[in-house]
Write a protein that binds this ligand. Structure first.
Ligand code: ATP
Length: 839
């Protein structure tokens, strides 16, 4: 092997100590990457790959300028890579031989601290995972804010659904159980096997178990290994209580488009988009959490409703509070930076400005009667902290803390003195020039400054010829073509005062800043409490604003009743306009808890079903709902089986996923759950699908008793209402006019009268030839009796299948002879015979 240069040897040593990360090795004004790192980075970042030691033994290399490295690092982190920053620890100009270099930080997606590619509207969680004898424990934290939680469960499904909601950017798995992740995900998020024996002192909330503590230690050890900084802002570890919030699995979150649109994967078009009028990043993050975790405890829900009611009633205060909140920066993440010791003076000015409006906010809360309520009771306006910052910091300090200019006059006597000297240096110099001109009689005498010998006096050649330097105590320093330069003891004495005053004041400001920063640390818990209350207020003010703009109403809770009068789907209504949207009602109770919904494609079946789920979620978040009135139960879980959520990466077919989602619902739903089943069985052949759909409905009807909205295009299923007492048929009305299909979007009792598949196909602008032919075929099928006018156009796969399940046989099978009078039986027989004769 070729010998490597000392520098490359240093690189290799550092690289070896940090496996699994891309090493950004500082070389002058660049970060360089070598070997495989260079190949990877050049591909991901689309930068040129070159090589070092081109002749002998080329080493692949690429680099990015250090001042623009941030953007590159963000891209790598975003792609799931980890980056180690290796800095020069000495000034190369003043070092002989190799410059010392060290890794100062390892950046991974889960260990960001309010920098590199962080979305301020989202929590940035890192999660640690362990399993011991069938029990899974998880601990997670957003390091930028210091939140930290733990939970455990024996149910793999619950574990997955919780992790899906936490959406960690990075997972740390206890060494040896890596396999667990592939059980949970076909394409697991960024993850690292890690192990730890050390114990870290954390404050534990009630009920944190021994196993959870171990996982917390794993989490903290990993974070420390990567960030190498203090974690003073970690809050008390809270138990993540699975049972205290409504269960929503990943399917429900995405199908109901709670946080992002299914189609675009963007926020626009989601419930979050509809609800978000928050003014602060903290409020935005909290709103997300509230959407993901609707509440179960009625008093907690009603506390929020009550606050929204009050805020709705006080338009002026609400608007005033919005503009005050608008001036509040991300206190949570500023606190994170404070704890990591990388907060700067500009950040502290943001902190000061954030606190400034708090007394006014408190005063308004008091005036409208909210300050004493449980949500706001511990609101701390932090006036002492505000005063401290207001009295100390300059209004526009520089970003760096090594340049001075941070503190206000009057904060430190010593600093004021230094500043006086350096500020008054100019005045002194002007005065000195005047004096020297007079003393020497040279009118064009000047004072200048250069780096080599500091302040000097300059006399033009003409005047210098007869100048008696000694007499005036001038010492010659430099001769130029047309001038002579001198220094004097007086000038030199003042110079050292001036220069050192400036240096001293910068050093002093730095020291004062570090002291202020340390002093501020004691306020971390109070700042966090206030930040939490501010974010709650931000969400509730946002709720009231939305409730006002879209005419929402306060829902009521009453055990078993689910009654929505003229409900609307908030997002669809917002998109198509309130005048176009057709509201629909629903009335369920213990007697009627299943709605079987029929209607042509595109008529609004899905929208109707989703609207019921979204109204329930909004209500349990503490929000008002889009309806004329709503009396709701408190749902423990909402399950959805909607559309084709293809998971191609998993290698599972659409139908398989459909069945898995249905199974999840059937296994876990209770009578307090809400089930949304949209055209179940669509992914398989007609009779398979129909049988499965019916069997599932029966199961829900007999064994679960959950409130269920079940849409189907199998018209035959509408007959079930005669057998299943708790099932009611409804349909979404459409009508035909002038050969065209008009969607009325109105939900009416009873099954749909006929199918409109071909009309919908026309709307999709299929070639006329195809739709005409389909119409003809339909007529033939109808005449054949193979399809009744009521059925959807479903082409039988082959003749055998048609024969086996002839509709007449099907009807015969479903007859309950014990319940029929002889006359009924006669009539039915006649009807069946007619049907057969028509064939
Ligand atoms: N209540 C309503 N008022 C006005 N327009 C509506 C309403 N409900 C639905 N729509 C409109 O109809 C479109 C189709 O609705 P939706 O997807 O719910 O139909 P669907 O019956 O479930 O269709 P498919 O069976 O093809 O899935 C929606 O995108 C929306 O624009």
């Amino acid at each position: 092997m070729a010998t490597v240069t000392p520098m490359m040897q240093q690189y290799l040593n550092i690289k070896e100590a940090h496996p699994g990360v891309l090493l950004f090795y500082r070389l002058g004004d660049f970060y360089e990457l070598f070997y495989d790192d260079a190949i990877t980075a050049s591909k991901v970042l689309e930068i040129t790959l070159t090589s070092r030691d081109k002749k002998k033994d080329p080493i692949p290399m690429c680099g990015v300028p250090y001042h623009s490295a941030k953007g590159y690092i963000e891209r790598l982190i975003d792609q799931g890579y980890k980056v180690a920053i290796c800095e020069q620890m000495e000034d190369p100009k003043q070092t002989k031989g190799m410059v010392k270099r060290e890794v100062v930080r390892i950046i991974t997606p889960g260990t960001l601290i309010d920098d590199f590619g962080m979305d301020d509207g989202r929590s940035n969680y890192i999660l640690a995972l362990d399993e011991k004898s069938g029990r899974f424990t998880a601990a997670y934290s957003d390091i930028s804010t210091g939140e930290i939680f733990a939970f455990s469960t024996e149910d793999l499904g619950v574990l997955k659904s919780e992790i899906d909601r936490i959406r960690p950017r990075e997972i740390v798995v206890e060494e040896g159980i890596e396999g667990l992740l592939s059980e949970l995900y076909s394409d697991p998020p960024v993850n690292t096997p890690f192990s730890n024996q050390t114990h870290f002192p954390l404050e534990y909330g009630a009920d944190i178990t021994e196993g959870e503590r171990e996982t917390l230690n794993l989490l903290v050890a990993y974070i420390r290994a990567h960030n190498m900084k203090d974690l003073k802002h970690f809050r008390t570890v809270e138990k993540h209580r699975i049972k205290e919030t409504m269960q929503l699995n990943y399917a429900a979150l995405s199908n109901l488009e709670l946080l992002e649109s299914l189609q675009t994967k963007k926020t626009k078009g989601s419930l979050f988009w509809y609800l978000n009028r928050t003014e602060t990043p903290m409020g935005k993050r909290k709103l997300r959490k509230w959407i993901e975790r609707p509440l179960l405890r009625q008093t907690a829900i009603e506390e929020r409703h009550e606050a929204v009611a009050v805020l709705l009633d006080h338009f002026i205060e609400r608007e005033d509070m919005r503009s005050l909140l608008n001036n509040v920066y991300d206190i949570e993440r500023l606190v994170g930076r404070l704890s990591f010791g990388n907060i700067d003076a500009k950040d502290l000015v943001q902190m000061r400005d954030s606190l400034q409006g708090l007394p006014a906010v408190a005063e308004m809360l008091e005036r409208i009667g909210l300050l004493g309520t449980p949500l706001f009771r511990s609101f701390d306006i932090l006036d002492d902290v505000h005063e401290l910052l207001a009295d100390s910091l300059d209004d526009s300090p520089p970003k760096t803390i090594r340049e001075g200019g941070i503190f206000r006059e009057g904060y430190s006597n010593r600093l004021d003195e230094y500043r006086y000297i350096s500020n008054n240096g100019r005045v002194w110099l002007n005065d000195y020039i005047e004096r020297e001109r007079e003393r020497t009689g040279i009118k064009n005498l000047k004072v200048g400054f250069n780096k080599v010998f500091g302040y000097y006096i300059e006399i033009s050649k003409g005047n210098a010829v007869n100048f008696d330097a000694e007499k005036f105590d001038y010492q010659r320093k430099q001769t130029l073509t047309n001038a002579e330069r001198f220094i004097t003891p007086e000038l030199k004495e003042m110079e050292s005062k001036l220069l050192s005053a400036q240096d001293e004041s910068i050093i002093l400001e730095y020291e004062l800043f570090v002291a202020l920063r340390e002093h501020m640390e004691q306020f971390i818990p109070r700042l966090q409490t206030t930040a939490d209350i501010i974010s709650t207020l931000d969400c509730l003010v946002s709720f009231a604003t939305v409730a006002n703009d879209y005419r929402l109403v306060r829902p009521e809770f009453s055990g078993d009743e689910l009654s929505i009068t003229e409900g609307r789907h908030p997002v669809v209504e917002k998109v198509i306009g309130e005048n176009t949207y057709v509201p629909n009602s629903l009335d369920m109770d213990r007697d009627t808890f299943i709605y079987l919904i029929t209607g042509p494609n595109m008529s609004g079946k899905s929208t109707y079903m989703r609207q019921v789920a979204i109204i329930s979620i909004m209500a349990q978040m503490g929000m008002y709902v889009p309806a004329e009135a709503a009396v709701l139960p408190i749902f423990d879980q909402i399950f959805t089986r909607i559309g084709a959520s293809d998971d191609l990466a998993s290698g599972k077919s659409t139908f398989m996923i459909e069945m898995m989602e249905a199974n999840d619902a059937l296994q876990n739903a209770t009578e307090n759950s809400l089930l949304i089943f949209d055209e179940i069985g669509r992914g398989t052949s007609t009779y398979d699908g129909m049988s499965l759909a019916q069997a599932m409905l029966e199961y829900i009807h007999h064994h679960i008793g959950a409130k269920t909205l079940f849409s189907t295009h199998y018209h035959e299923m509408t007959r079930l209402s005669t057998e299943l007492d708790h099932l009611k048929n409804v349909h979404v009305k459409a009508t035909e006019y002038d050969g065209k299909l008009i969607f009325l979007h109105k939900v009416k009792p009873g099954p749909v009268e006929r199918s409109y598949g071909i009309h919908v196909a026309k709307l999709a602008e299929l070639p006329d030839e195809v739709t005409h032919r389909a119409n003809d075929l339909l007529k033939t099928f109808e005449q054949d009796g193979r399809v009744t006018g009521n059925q959807q156009l479903e082409l039988p796969l082959d003749d055998t299948e048609t024969f086996e399940v002839h509709p007449v046989i099907d009807q015969l099978k479903s007859l309950d002879l014990n319940r029929m009078t002889p006359l009924d039986a006669m009539m039915k027989l006649q009807e069946l015979k007619n049907e057969l004769e028509g064939e």
